[in-house]
Design a protein around this ligand. Structure first.
Ligand SMILES: N[C@@H](CCC(=O)N[C@@H](CS)C(=O)NCC(=O)O)C(=O)O
Length: 252
């Protein structure tokens, strides 16, 4: 048996998580990648990170391959893996708590996300080299292309038709609502983490660790401190190796 077929056998039932390269202050600056990787850790599914082809068949990151089959979209992937590996990350969660957690997830992923993307790639674009490994040439290209691309997408989505300070107000209200719904609970549905916590962590951790100087960082740092404490709790539970997963500590 040659080493190629050996490694293929070894990878049977191992999820290959295709995603962008590790970030500098956070394992991924993509909320969706951080969400999916946190889920894989939560339910203990074996996986390997592969950053060689980060954008999958739908042109988005993350995507996975499993036993030769490719899949896209973090949420569809999670629902597929729950079935395939017989996992239930919703144990002891009532239908009402589940509906509320899902509502929060969708708000963060489909509404808050755009405010975050705008700040990162428009107002905060100069901070990008502090977040990811990027050459001078690629950074100049990113600064040239990304602000316009984000504004175009946000114009289609709708938020982009408002002035920048209105966008900040609208999506800050998302964070404020998540903070109220979380309250003093350790996790979004109560004492135990559930699937939706992966998405909450994926998004809110960006504000805590990877959006310095942004209005969203200021909110979780100074006003919505239960969100920051929540992220620290999730990180301690699922990312004991957080430091090892930062770009500077990844061995080539
Ligand atoms: N619904 C998708 C969203 C994934 C997504 O939007 N990923 C962003 C990075 S955070 C991306 O790949 N953007 C590239 C693009 O839209 O061209 C999921 O949950 O996986």
């Amino acid at each position: 048996m040659n080493s190629k077929s050996m490694s293929k056998l070894d990878l049977k039932d191992t999820v290959i998580l295709h995603c962008i390269e590790r970030g500098k202050p956070i394992p991924s600056i993509s909320p969706f990648v951080l969400k999916l990787e946190t889920y894989l850790r939560m339910v203990d599914i074996p996986y390997q990170v592969d950053t060689t082809k980060p954008f999958g068949p739908s042109g988005k990151t993350p995507w996975i391959s499993l036993n030769g089959v490719d899949m896209t979209d973090s949420q569809l992937i999670i629902e597929f893996l729950n079935k395939k590996y017989d996992k239930n990350p919703w144990e002891n969660v009532s239908p009402e708590q589940k509906a509320s957690a899902r509502t929060v997830r969708v708000m963060l992923e489909e509404h808050f996300f755009w405010g975050m993307a705008r700040w990162r790639f428009v107002e905060g674009v100069q901070s990008i080299p502090n977040l990811i490994n990027i050459s001078g040439v690629k950074f100049r290209l990113l600064k040239w292309v990304f602000p316009g691309r984000i504004k175009k997408s946000m114009n289609a989505q709708g938020l982009g038709r408002h002035p920048p300070d209105t966008i900040v107000k609208l999506v800050s209200d998302d964070l404020k609502d998540v903070s109220v719904l979380l309250g003093d609970k350790p996790f979004i549905a109560g004492d135990q983490p559930c699937e939706a916590d992966c998405a909450l962590f994926g998004s809110i951790a960006q504000c805590v660790w990877a959006m310095p100087g942004s209005p969203y960082h200021n909110l979780v740092e100074n006003e919505l401190t239960n969100l920051k404490e929540y992220c620290i709790r999730m990180r301690a539970k699922y990312w004991a190796d957080w430091e090892d997963c930062l770009f500077k500590n990844i061995k080539a």
